[in-house]
Design a binder for this molecule. Structure first.
Ligand code: MOS
Length: 743
C-alpha cells in the first residue's frame, strides 16, 4: 500500500494504489473462469447458424456417444426455466434459453454439451447437426421509423423557431452497432448441492440482481442461490444483467449433480451477451447570428431485437446541456433479426452526444464562432427541461480550464492551417455529460480483535477501483491505515450492495459505508465506556478514531486507546457496524435538483495526406464529477474511456452479413478496438466541486462520462485537419482520401 493515512490527512482524495493490485499483478486474483472444482465438467453451447426460422430437428446421437460426453441438453430435456418480469429482476433477454423451436437471431443457443474436458465438449458440440426451416433475416442497418416517433422532451415550439432561425444546421449522424468487448469473457461456474442450493461463480456487474433473477428462473428461493464475483475483467454494460449461459450452466449442474463451467468464446460474445444498437440521429439547430441557440431538435432511431426492447437513450443530455427556449427530442426503434441489444458504456449519451456535439461544431463553423465560445454562450443557469437547479454544474470551468491546458487559444480555425513536423494538425473539442444517481446500498464494517478492519458489501469491482475506494471510505471514518483494512465484495452473502453500472457504485457506497463505519465506531465507544476505560461522553459524536485509536474529538490520538485493546478486554473477536442508504430517487433534496456530471474534451489529431495516416495524438479532458475519492483510479477510468473513444471514433463497428444475419467480424482481429499503439497522450484534470446533494463526500461517478463526447471531439478535429465532416462513424481512411492534399 503506497499511502498510510494519518489523522491529519483524510484518505478521501488520496491516490491510494489498488487494494487488489498485488493479487492481480501476481496472477492470484480469481476471475469467474479461474474457479476449478473436483469432478468439474465443461459446458459448450451450440449456437444457431441461421438468424430467423425454426428448428426442424436436432441430431444429437453422434455427440452423445463421443468420448467424455456426460449429457447433451436441448429444449426437450433441459427442464423448464420460469419466465420472470422486469419487476422481479433485470434481464436483457427475458425469453429463457432453449425456450422453444423459434430462432430469433444468429447465434441463439439451441443445445448444450456437457463433457469431461473442454476439448471433448467442443468436439461433441461440433458433431451436433441442426436442421432449420430458414427464413430470410432482416439485419439491415438502415433505420427508418416503424411507428410514430415518441416525444421524449419538448418545450416551446422548436419547428417554428427553426424555420425562423438566422443560422441553421440540419444534419443526420449515424453510429454503427458496437460490441462490448471486455477482455474477460463472460463465464459461469455453477455448483448445485441438494441441501444448500446453487453457488454460481459469475463475471457480473450486479451479483444481487443476478441472484434474484437466477433463483426465479431456476425455481429456487433466493437464499438458495449464492453468486460470487471476486474480480471482473471489465463488463462495459454487457455484464449488468444475467444472460442465458448462466441459467444453462446452473440447470446443467443441477441435472448432472457435478460442477459445470461454461465460458463464452470471443465469437459468442458477439451474439449472446448484447451489443450497443446502431443509431440514426437527425439534429436540427438554429441560432441567432451571434450564436444564441433558438432551437434544438434531436430525433433519434435505434435498432432492437425482434422480441426484446432496450432503449438506446441518445437524448439523455439533449434537453439540459444547452440553454434554448425551443426544444424537441423524439425517439423510435426498428426491429431487426439481431441478438438482444444492451447497455454499453455510457449507453445513449455516448452516441447521443456524438450527434449533438458534432452538430454544435458544425453550427460553430457556420456561425464563424469558436466552438468553445459557442458552448459558453449557451450555458444554462438551470436545467431548462425539468426547471430545476443543477446540484453542481461546472461545465463552464471544464471548458475554460480544458481549453487553457490544451492551448486552444492558439488554434487557427482555418482548415488544414496548423502544422507540426510536416503533419497537418486538427484540433476539435466537445462537451460531455452523464447522469449522477445513487442506488440503495448496505454495508458492514467490522472492527476485529487482531487489529484489522473488514468492510463488506455485495457490490462488485469491475476494474474501476471499488475495493480501493471502499477501503478509503472506511479509513476516512476509522482513521486506520490502508494495510489493516480488508475489503470483501462480490458475494451475495454480504449486505446487499449496488450494481456496478451507470457510474453509480461509488456514489451509492458512500453513505452506506460511512454509516457502517460510524456505527462500528459508536459501538466501540460504548464498549470502552462500559469497560470504564474512558469517561462516558454525552453523545457519540464526541468520539473519533485516528491512528487506530479511539479518542475524544479535539484530543490527540495518544490520549486514546487502540481499538483492538478495547475488543480484547471486552472479550470480543469482532464488533460489527451496519449501514444502509436509500436510493437517491427516495431523497427529496436529490429530487429538487438536476443531477449530472459534466466535462469537456480537447483533441488533437495528426493527418498525413501523403500516406493517408490519421492518428489521435493528444487529448486534454476536464471532468466535473464532484469530489474525486481516488485521483489515481479516477484518472484511470477517464483515460480508459478516452482510449475507448478513439476506438469508437475510428475503429469499432460490428458488421452483419445481410444473408445469414451473422455478425461476421466476430473476433478481435476483425473487430478492432483501440490498443496501446492507438492511445494518445492524455491529460485528465478534475474540476473538483463536491456535489453534496448526491452524498456527504460530494463524489459522483466517473466510469462512463469520459466516453461521452469524445467521438465528436475527434470527428471535429478530423474536420479541422482535412475539411471532411464525417457523420457516419467510424471515421474511415477512405472517407478522407483525396482531402487535405493541400500545401
Ligand atoms: Mo455501464 S454501460 O452502466 O456498465
Amino acid at each position: 500500500m503506497s499511502t498510510t493515512p494519518s489523522h491529519t490527512l483524510s484518505p478521501i482524495g488520496a491516490g491510494w494504489t489498488r487494494v487488489e493490485g498485488p493479487l492481480k499483478v501476481a496472477g492470484r486474483a480469481r476471475y469467474a473462469a479461474d474457479h476449478h472444482f473436483p469432478a468439474m465438467l465443461y459446458a459448450v453451447p451450440v449456437c444457431a447458424t441461421v438468424a430467423r426460422g425454426r428448428i426442424r430437428r436436432i441430431e444429437t446421437r453422434v455427440a452423445q456417444d463421443m468420448p467424455g460426453v456426460r449429457k447433451v441438453f436441448t429444449r426437450e430435456n433441459i427442464g423448464r426455466f420460469s419466465r420472470i418480469e422486469e419487476k422481479t429482476a433485470k434481464l436483457d433477454e427475458y425469453r429463457p434459453p432453449l425456450d422453444d423451436d423459434v430462432i430469433r437471431y444468429y447465434g441463439q443457443y439451441v443445445a448444450l454439451v456437457v463433457a469431461g474436458t473442454l476439448e471433448q465438449a467442443c468436439a461433441a458440440a461440433a458433431a451436433i447437426t441442426v436442421e432449420y426451416e430458414e427464413e430470410p433475416p432482416d439485419v439491415s442497418m438502415e433505420l427508418a421509423p416503424e411507428e410514430a416517433p415518441q416525444v421524449e422532451s419538448e418545450r416551446g415550439d422548436a419547428p417554428s423557431a427553426f424555420e425562423r432561425g438566422e443560422v441553421c444546421i440540419d444534419r443526420v449522424y449515424t453510429t454503427p452497432p458496437e460490441t462490448n468487448n471486455p477482455l474477460e469473457m463472460h463465464a459461469t461456474v455453477a455448483m448445485y448441492d441438494e441441501g444448500q442450493g446453487f453457488t454460481l461463480y459469475e463475471s457480473s456487474q450486479a451479483v444481487v440482481n443476478h441472484r434474484v433473477a437466477l433463483a426465479a428462473m431456476l425455481g429456487e428461493p433466493p437464499h438458495r442461490v449464492r453468486v460470487i464475483t471476486e474480480h471482473v475483467g471489465s463488463g462495459f454494460g454487457s455484464k449488468l444483467w444475467p444472460w442465458g449461459h448462466s441459467a444453462l450452466a446452473a440447470a446443467a449442474a443441477r441435472d448432472v449433480r457435478q460442477p459445470v463451467k461454461l465460458v463464452l468464446s470471443r465469437r459468442m460474445m458477439f451474439h449472446n451477451v448484447g451489443h450497443r444498437s446502431n443509431t440514426r440521429q437527425r439534429v436540427r439547430l438554429s441560432a441567432t447570428a451571434d450564436g444564441k441557440l433558438t432551437s434544438l431538435q434531436h430525433d433519434y432511431l435505434f435498432h432492437v431485437a425482434r422480441e426484446e426492447y432496450h432503449k438506446e437513450n441518445c437524448g439523455e443530455a439533449s434537453a439540459f446541456l444547452y440553454s434554448t427556449p425551443n426544444l424537441r427530442v423524439t425517439y423510435g426503434s426498428a426491429r431487426r433479426d439481431i441478438a438482444p441489444t444492451t447497455s454499453m458504456r455510457g449507453p445513449g449519451a455516448v452516441p447521443g452526444l456524438y450527434a449533438i456535439e458534432s452538430a454544435m461544431d458544425e453550427l460553430a463553423v457556420a456561425l464563424g464562432i469558436d466552438p468553445v465560445a459557442l458552448r459558453l454562450r449557451n450555458e444554462p443557469s438551470r436545467d431548462e427541461a425539468s426547471n430545476l437547479p443543477f446540484s453542481s454544474r461546472h461545465l463552464r470551468e471544464c471548458l475554460v480550464q480544458g481549453a487553457e491546458r490544451f492551448g486552444w487559444p492558439r488554434r487557427d480555425p482555418r482548415i488544414g492551417a496548423m502544422r507540426r513536423d510536416g503533419l497537418v494538425l486538427g484540433w476539435g473539442m466537445a462537451s460531455c455529460s452523464w447522469m449522477a444517481t445513487r442506488l440503495k446500498a448496505e454495508a458492514q464494517v467490522d472492527l476485529r480483535a487482531d487489529g484489522t478492519v473488514r468492510v463488506a458489501s455485495a457490490t462488485q469491482d469491475i476494474g474501476t477501483g471499488t475495493y480501493t475506494v471502499m477501503a478509503q471510505m472506511t479509513a476516512h471514518v476509522l482513521g486506520v491505515p490502508a494495510g489493516c483494512i480488508e475489503v470483501q465484495l462480490g458475494d451475495t452473502t454480504l449486505p446487499a450492495g449496488p450494481t456496478s453500472g451507470g457510474s453509480m457504485a461509488t456514489g451509492s457506497l458512500v453513505p452506506a459505508v460511512l454509516a457502517a463505519a460510524r456505527d462500528a465506531l459508536a459501538r466501540l465507544a460504548h464498549c470502552a465506556e462500559r469497560l470504564g476505560w474512558v469517561e462516558p461522553a454525552e453523545d457519540v459524536d464526541a468520539w473519533c478514531m485516528s491512528d487506530g485509536r479511539l479518542h475524544r474529538v479535539g484530543e490527540p490520538p495518544a490520549a486514546g486507546v487502540a481499538f483492538e485493546r478495547i475488543l480484547q478486554a471486552a472479550k470480543l473477536n469482532v464488533l460489527s457496524g451496519r449501514g444502509s442508504a436509500k436510493a437517491s430517487s427516495k431523497d427529496p433534496a436529490y429530487q429538487r435538483h438536476s443531477n449530472h456530471s459534466f466535462g469537456a474534451h480537447f483533441v488533437e489529431v495528426t493527418w498525413e495526406p501523403a500516406i493517408a495516416r490519421l492518428r489521435v495524438s493528444r487529448v486534454v479532458t476536464a471532468i466535473d464529477a464532484g469530489r474525486i475519492i481516488n485521483p489515481r483510479t479516477g484518472r484511470n477510468q477517464v483515460e480508459g474511456a478516452i482510449v475507448m473513444g478513439v476506438g469508437m471514433a475510428l475503429l469499432e463497428e460490428t458488421i452483419y452479413d445481410e444473408r445469414s444475419g451473422a455478425p461476421i467480424n466476430n473476433n478481435l482481429a476483425d473487430y478492432m478496438v483501440a490498443t496501446h499503439a492507438d492511445a494518445p497522450e492524455i491529460d485528465v484534470c478534475f474540476i473538483e466541486h463536491p456535489d453534496v446533494v448526491l452524498n456527504e463526500l460530494g463524489a459522483r461517478g466517473i466510469g462512463e462520462i469520459g466516453l461521452a463526447g469524445i467521438a465528436a471531439a475527434i470527428a471535429s478535429a478530423v474536420y479541422h485537419a482535412t475539411g471532411v465532416r464525417v457523420r457516419d462513424l467510424p471515421v474511415k481512411i477512405e472517407d478522407l482520401l483525396g482531402s487535405g492534399s493541400a500545401p
